[in-house]
Design a protein around this ligand. Structure first.
Ligand code: SF4
Ligand code: SF4
Length: 303
């Protein structure tokens, strides 16, 4: 089963939910626990889940996008490459072919469509993937994260490569009922392309919000993206329950979006977060609530 934990805006407690969910599941008895547990930090611009999970990082690799490079001994300046590039990242001007690396998504379309096979691709590093493990009460948690290089603009290819490597052995429940493996993905904040890339091919999306007008505004957009556009089942976790008003609860009721969990406004939660201590370690009572969240998601996915 694959679960993405996302939020329309930053600072809602998305990482708190993702981390405490996986830590709680890892401590279940073996019979109730998925055989393989994977946690991916997809917030490649500002990954911070490792601060709470403390994985032993043992491997890293450079990743990036495949930039087109033109062989001018073969190029006839026909313009086909520029014609097929939806990102306007390559232009043919007279006897020149210009590539704009900042705009290129490395999609390979220009290479594929060049009638002269005049384009080959070279890797432009934009970040790295880091891999490791953490052992929790005898359970091995596989950890992966993407880290984007400073100054780079495109997070999506890094997330794509992180997912394609880590999720090979974690099949979607949909259609298979296979629950041998579980992956939890901590999405970047917001609702832009990196979030869409994280949510793609998930069984379920948990949307973490807070009961404020800002929270509601961003939750609306997040529901549109995950449920209406990507056609994924969604559920909401209301964090800092007790501040603001009941407009988020009302919205969820009106839209038929289940509220899966409420985390109260509690100074001790913020203090544990500030010290880098996961909530379920600072307050073990919460483990039960996160297990209930997991059971609820499982029910929604297999319903
Ligand atoms: S499609 Fe190929 S041959 Fe045509 S302009 Fe582009 S690189 Fe040159
Ligand atoms: S790889 Fe894709 S985005 Fe980059 S120049 Fe070619 S067609 Fe455009």
């Amino acid at each position: 089963m694959r679960i993405a934990v996302a939020s329309g805006k930053g600072g809602t407690g998305k990482t708190t939910v993702a981390i405490n969910l996986i830590l709680s599941i890892a401590q279940l008895p073996e019979i109730d626990r998925p055989a393989k547990l994977v946690f991916l930090d997809c917030d490649v611009e500002e990954p911070n889940a490792h601060l709470f999970l403390n994985p032993d990082l043992t491997r890293q690799e450079e990743v990036g996008i495949q930039l087109p490079e033109v062989d001018f001994t073969k190029c006839t300046f026909c313009g086909k490459c520029a014609e097929v590039c939806v990102y306007h990242a390559i232009a043919v001007l007279g006897q020149q072919v210009l590539v704009f690396p900042q705009l290129c998504h490395g999609c390979g379309s220009c290479t594929y469509n060049c009638p002269e096979q005049a384009i080959h691709e070279v890797l432009k590093p934009t970040g790295k993937l880091e891999w490791g493990t953490r052992t929790i009460d005898g359970t091995i948690l596989q950890f992966g994260r993407g880290v984007m290089n400073i100054g780079e603009a495109m997070a999506t290819p890094i997330i794509h490569q992180l997912k394609s490597q880590a999720l090979k052995d974690i099949p979607l429940v949909n259609g298979t009922n296979n629950q041998d493996g579980l992956a939890i993905l901590d999405a970047p904040p917001g609702n832009a392309c990196p979030v869409v890339e994280t949510m793609r091919d998930m069984d379920f999306v948990v949307l973490v919000t807070e009961p404020t007008p800002f929270g509601l505004h961003d939750l609306r957009v997040a529901v549109q993206v995950a449920r209406d556009e990507l056609k994924l089942p969604v559920g909401v976790v209301i964090n800092r329950d007790g501040v603001g008003d009941d407009s988020v609860t009302q919205f969820c009721a009106d839209e038929g979006v289940p509220v899966l969990m409420r985390i109260p406004l509690d100074r001790r939660i913020a203090e544990a977060y500030a010290e880098g201590i996961p909530l379920v370690e600072a307050q073990p009572d919460y483990q039960e609530a996160f297990i209930a969240l997991y059971q609820r998601i499982k029910k929604e996915v297999t319903a």
